[in-house]
Ligand binder design. Structure first.
Ligand code: NTF
Length: 829
């Protein structure tokens, strides 16, 4: 028996099902059919006559796999029900009081009786809260899940953007950005705290005041905005501990501008009030370029000021001596975006709480720790002093004072090495005088973290060398991780059940180290068979999605080869596309007999480009142009397909990652600080094709270099290769592919010219040309492994088995023990 086919009646009711053999013939053997029917009905909670309610199907665990193993439905209805299933799978997992089941029965009842169909509901279906850009934000979300699950007493702070990251739509192969007004139909998961509000001030002047005969500077702000707290509870898994993500929304302050009202300028004063509301309106969509925009700076200060007022208020409720602050409060700067909090907390302690400067500084330096998520110095955030001085005049003064104290101390330590002093200064002199937020963060933090071993080495040897030499003890690395609760349990329920079955426990959900236990079963053919079934099921789900999104039908026997992440030159999606062009070119020039030996591929690319990032947008367009050519070439058929999945986001990732056979992580060595996508693929038994960059180096330590396809220049070689410039050797295949694009083989010759220029010999900063040869070799090795399914499956199992170290639980435990020095704090009831 190959498959059971299910026909749906309405959207949720199974009308009929039957089974087929591997040739698709219906099996009429009634005894067999009865057995299957019973198993299926039992699995989905019905009464065995074939008319069963799907909504009840996932009420207990384990069912998912049985259902998954048996059911392969077709068409839209199936896709909808499947979506409903996966929604419920996550929902029903951990429900000690069966409340959610009751709710679902209610939903079932309501949906079944209403005159709407599923599509009507779908329009209101909750989407992602896309409150971040890429790796940095998604990593934070994983950290929150781990903090809660491991019972740590922690809060996250952020902004409640009304417009999350733009929705990407593709028109004619071009990216267009559409606003994501995600709060339109409400957000049931948040709790508005109308009583938790703080005033945040901007602009104004600094004036001298006399305090006990001493002169003190005090800020007289010019504009006031109200920050309102919205709490988003984050429940831990298998614990009652629930932590909070407090997001701030801007509201106009209730302090009326009496002057304006009295002079009759009513309308204008309302317009001004509305302007202040816009602070938390929209997320800036550039993930690593900082343009020194006023609104962005306002957002950062708004976030920092409200959060610190909240933290200090809670501290003061229970304590009256700021000496205790470092014992009670640890503040972690997740990249430099909140680093204005250093100046703000100094302002609060010195100006408002009237602590002596040195005393305040000593306290503050014990509170902060810092993680940087960037590699290159140019990527670090700088704020023009003009902008800062006008928006936050008192903070600029404080920053100057922190810097002059630091410079004095530094001179004592290193002497008058002016070059080094100027490199380490918080203030960058130059065409645009600015504040270096990373230098500020390092100076004030007791610990500076990199996000992988390689990244940390780069920070110590290159980016922050001067600081490392001054304070070697501050520098640590804490390798990133991802939460298996989202990336296996929620997004891959079939794998989840399989893991629990073969590991004999669900404990891996809270302790990912147990995944190493899979190694014990790698030689068991039964296990490997089930493993393959799970992958196939997930490929099916992905194939349906691809067909719905792009109309391209893909073969489940092909290797699903995926690259999904933000589009960046350093991530080298272009290398992937060039590889695909090369593969296509080879197929076209191949003898028909030889084609039978070729491994069919479905190449899947997805990711958003920052709206102003021209080259990234051209990469998206090229991907579509190449796809158009290949997918419409009947001569090539299933041997090669290329699909661009639009609007890559967390929900899409949950579908794509479990269905991938191979995933690509192609950053030029030394450019990806860590990379967390690779960890999600690894957990889902997807093989990696990658450069020795970021956390891949540590992944190799866990799974061994035999279980992934490594290629490309090593980080130590990159500088030398760049120096060679025009004298660099580039394979002929690369030149040929480049020529094809230049000559207009995929159309839009003029449009692609500037894109081609970026990888021309002598100009190829990210070394696509010099890595191309070894990239093709790695691809060939992947093809070779794929035709041996047992070998491939073993590699896949060993990948997942080695993924435990890349759980964010490990990351968080390291931060808690080494950086924050906090203990778990279990909920007492
Ligand atoms: C990203 N940084 C890095 O580019 C990734 O390598 C890393 O895995 C994640 O942070 C998480 O540490 C950013 O997104 C940013 F914004 F800092 F550039």
């Amino acid at each position: 028996i190959d498959r059971a086919i299910v026909e749906f009646e309405g959207d949720f009711f199974i009308k009929r099902f039957f089974v087929t053999d591997s040739h698709g013939n219906k099996i009429e053997d009634l005894e067999n059919l009865e057995r299957i029917k019973r198993a299926l009905a039992e699995a989905i909670g019905g009464d065995g006559d074939g008319t069963v309610s799907v909504v009840k199907s996932t009420a207990n665990r384990g069912i998912v796999v049985r259902r998954a193993g048996l059911v392969e439905g077709f068409g839209e209805r199936k896709a909808k029900a499947e979506r409903m299933f996966s929604l419920m799978d996550g929902f029903l997992k951990n429900d000690p009081f069966s409340l959610q089941k009751d709710i679902l029965h209610h939903v079932e009842y309501t949906v079944a009786r209403s005159r709407f169909n599923f599509d009507d509901y779908e329009a209101y279906q909750e989407g992602d809260a896309a409150l971040g850009n890429g790796g940095l934000a998604r990593f934070s979300a994983c950290q929150m899940d781990s903090l809660a699950t491991l019972d740590y007493p922690a809060w996250g702070y952020g902004l409640r953007y009304e417009y999350g990251l733009f929705r990407q739509i593709i028109v004619d192969g071009f990216q267009h950005e559409q606003p994501d007004y995600w709060l339109n139909f409400g957000n049931p998961w948040e709790i508005e705290r109308i009583h938790v509000t703080y005033e945040v001030k901007f602009y104004g002047t600094v004036e001298d005041v006399d305090r006990n005969g001493e002169k003190h500077e005090v800020w007289i702000p010019g504009e006031t905005v109200e920050a309102v707290a919205y709490d988003n509870p984050i429940p831990g898994y298998g614990t009652r501990n629930t932590i909070n993500l407090r997001l701030w929304a801007a509201k106009p302050s209730n302090h009326f501008d009496l002057e304006a009202y009295n002079t009759g300028d009513y309308i204008n004063s309302i317009v001004n009030r509305q302007r202040t509301e816009s602070i938390s309106n929209v997320l800036y969509p550039d993930d690593r370029s900082h343009q020194g925009k006023e609104m962005r700076l306002k957002q950062q200060y708004f976030f920092v000021s409200a959060s610190l007022q909240d933290i200090i208020r809670r501290f003061k409720e229970a304590h009256n001596n700021f000496d205790e602050l470092p014992e009670k409060v640890a503040l972690h700067l997740n990249d430099t975006h909140p680093s204005l909090s250093i100046a703000e907390i100094m302002r609060i302690l010195v100006d408002e709480e009237q602590l002596d400067w040195n005393k305040a500084w000593n306290i503050v330096c014990k509170i902060f720790s810092f993680t940087t998520h960037t590699v290159v110095a140019e990527g670090l955030e700088k704020i023009p002093t003009d902008l800062l001085g006008s928006l936050l005049p008192r903070h600029l003064q404080i920053l100057y004072k922190i810097n002059s104290n630091f410079m004095e101390e530094l001179k004592k330590r290193i002497g008058l090495d002016y070059n080094r002093l100027s490199r380490m200064s918080i203030v960058e002199e130059g065409a645009v005088k600015s504040i270096r937020m990373a230098n500020l963060s390092i100076i004030c933090s007791h610990t500076v973290n990199g996000v992988s071993k390689l990244h940390s080495d780069t920070l110590k040897m290159r980016t922050f060398k001067d600081f490392y030499e001054l304070w070697p003890e501050k520098f640590q690395y804490t390798t990133n991780g991802v939460t298996q609760r989202r990336w296996i349990v929620v997004s891959n329920p079939s794998l989840c059940a399989l893991l629990s079955k073969w590991l004999g426990t669900e404990a891996w959900i809270r302790n990912a180290d147990l995944l190493t236990g899979l190694r014990d079963h790698v030689d068991n053919t039964g296990f490997r068979h089930e493993w393959k079934m799970v992958k196939r099921l997930n490929k099916m789900r992905l194939a349906e999605y691809i067909e719905t999104m792009s109309g391209v039908k893909v073969s489940l026997d092909a290797m699903f080869d995926v690259q999904v992440k933000r589009i960046h030159e350093y991530k080298r999606q272009l290398l992937n596309i060039f590889g695909i062009i090369h593969r296509y070119d080879c197929l076209k020039n191949m003898d028909k007999n030889d084609r039978t030996k070729v491994v069919p591929r479905v190449c899947i690319i997805g990711g958003k480009a920052a709206p102003g990032y021209e080259i990234a947008k051209k990469i998206i367009k090229l991907c579509h142009a190449v796809a158009e050519k290949i997918n419409n070439d009947a001569d090539i058929g299933d041997l090669l397909k290329l699909v661009f999945i639009p609007d890559y986001n967390v929900s899409v990732a949950e579908m794509v990652i479990p269905g991938a056979d191979l995933s690509q992580h192609l950053s030029t060595a030394g450019h990806e600080a860590s990379g967390t996508g690779s960890m999600k693929f690894l957990m889902n038994g997807c093989l990696l094709l990658a450069t020795a960059d970021g956390s891949t180096v540590e992944i190799i330590e866990e799974i061994g270099s035999d279980n992934l396809f490594l290629f490309g220049a090593k980080v130590q070689e990159v500088a030398e290769l760049r120096e060679k410039g025009g004298a660099l050797k580039v394979p002929l295949q690369f030149a040929r592919v480049l020529r094809m694009v230049r000559d207009g083989y995929f159309g839009d010759k003029d449009y692609f010219k500037s894109l081609c220029d970026t990888v021309e010999v002598g100009n190829d900063f990210y070394l696509l040309g010099s890595d191309f040869g070894s990239y093709l070799e790695a691809q060939a090795a992947a093809d070779k492994a794929f035709v041996e399914p047992e070998k491939w499956t073993k590699m896949s199992i060993l990948s997942a088995a080695g993924s435990g170290r890349f759980s964010s639980d490990r990351t968080i435990r390291e931060y808690a023990e080494r950086t924050w020095k906090i203990d778990p704090c279990q909920c007492p009831f």
